[in-house]
Write a protein that binds this ligand. Structure first.
Ligand SMILES: [Zn+2]
Length: 279
C-alpha cells in the first residue's frame, strides 16, 4: 500500500512539474513581443531606432543581400569632353580667382578622324564593364555625347557618390605627330586643393601605370603633376586623369580605335585598380 501511495505522489509531482514547465515556456515565448525592436538595420548603414511602447507589427527586415556584406569599391568614370564644348569659364579650384574653360573640345584622331569625346566614351564603357564584372560599383559622369557637364560638375558627381576613385578618361594631342605614349595626370604635393587626396591619387596612378607598363604593349610616359585642372582640383575623392595615348600620332590613333587593343588596355587599367585596392 505505501508503494502505491508513493506512486500517486510521484505522479502528482510529475504533473505539477510539467504544468509549471508549460507555463514557463509560454511566458518566455510571449516576452519578446513586448520588447522594443532596436537597431535591426545597422548593417545597411541606416540605423533605425524603432523603440516604441506600442506593440507594432514586426516590420520586414531590409532585403537580405545576396552577396556577403562587404562595402563595395565605387569607381566614378568620367569620359572626357562632350559633343559640344562649353567655352564659358569656372574657377580652377574651390575659392580660386583663376578661371578655366568649363569643358574644351578635345583632340581629334589624325588618321581616324575620330573626335576624342567619342573615343573617351568607348574606352570608359569598356572599363566600366570590366570593373563591374570584377565586383566594383561603377558610376559614369556621362553615357551619351549630348550632355553639358563642366569639369567642376564632373568632379562633383564623383564627390556626391563618395567614389573611392575618380578616373577621367582622355586621349592626348600634340602638334608633333611623332609624340606618343600613355600617361597619367595627378595633382602635385603642393596643390592647395587636394592635400587630403594627394597620396591616394598618386598611389592609384602609380598602380595603373605599373600595370600598363608591365604588359609591354603600350609605350608609357609616366606621371605628370598638374595643378591647373579643375576636374582634379575640385575632387574630394582620389582622382586621376588617364591620357590613353596620342590621337595625333597615326599609329596610336589607329591602336586606340582597335577594339582588341582598347579592351586590352582597359583590362590593364583595371588590373592597376585591383592592385591599388589591395594597398
Ligand atoms: Zn581630353
Amino acid at each position: 500500500m505505501t508503494s502505491k501511495k508513493l506512486f500517486f505522489i510521484l505522479v502528482g509531482l510529475g504533473v505539477l512539474f510539467v504544468s509549471l514547465l508549460v507555463f514557463y515556456i509560454n511566458n518566455k515565448q510571449e516576452a519578446p513581443k513586448e520588447q522594443p525592436i532596436v537597431k535591426k538595420t545597422e548593417q545597411g548603414g541606416q540605423t533605425k531606432n524603432t523603440a516604441e511602447k506600442k506593440p507594432t507589427p514586426v516590420t520586414e527586415q531590409p532585403q537580405p543581400k545576396s552577396q556577403p556584406a562587404k562595402k563595395s569599391f565605387v569607381v566614378c568614370i568620367d569620359p572626357g569632353h562632350q559633343r559640344k564644348a562649353d567655352l564659358a569659364t569656372e574657377p580652377v579650384g574651390p575659392g580660386a580667382r583663376t578661371e578655366k574653360i568649363k569643358v574644351t573640345g578635345g583632340t581629334t584622331g589624325l588618321s581616324t578622324g575620330k573626335p576624342e569625346y567619342i573615343l573617351n566614351l568607348e574606352a570608359s564603357l569598356i572599363l566600366g564593364k570590366i570593373l563591374k564584372q570584377r565586383g566594383y560599383e561603377v558610376v559614369y559622369t556621362r553615357t551619351t555625347h549630348d550632355v553639358n557637364l563642366s569639369n567642376i560638375q564632373r568632379a562633383e558627381i564623383a564627390n556626391q557618390h563618395h567614389a573611392d576613385l575618380f578616373i577621367r578618361i582622355h586621349a592626348d594631342g600634340s602638334t608633333n605627330r611623332n609624340t606618343s605614349g600613355f600617361s597619367i595626370l595627378t595633382t602635385s604635393s603642393k596643390n592647395p586643393y587636394t592635400q587630403a587626396i594627394y597620396q591616394d591619387s598618386l598611389q592609384a596612378g602609380e598602380s595603373i601605370l605599373a600595370a600598363v607598363k608591365g604588359s609591354g604593349e603600350t609605350k608609357v610616359n609616366g606621371i605628370s603633376y598638374r595643378d591647373d585642372m579643375s576636374g582634379l582640383n575640385w575632387a574630394k575623392v582620389p582622382a586621376i586623369l588617364i591620357e590613353m595615348g596620342f590621337m595625333t600620332n597615326p599609329k596610336e590613333d589607329q591602336n586606340l580605335s582597335n577594339g582588341d587593343y582598347l579592351q586590352k588596355l582597359m583590362m590593364e587599367v583595371s588590373d592597376g585598380i585591383d592592385e591599388y585596392t589591395k594597398q
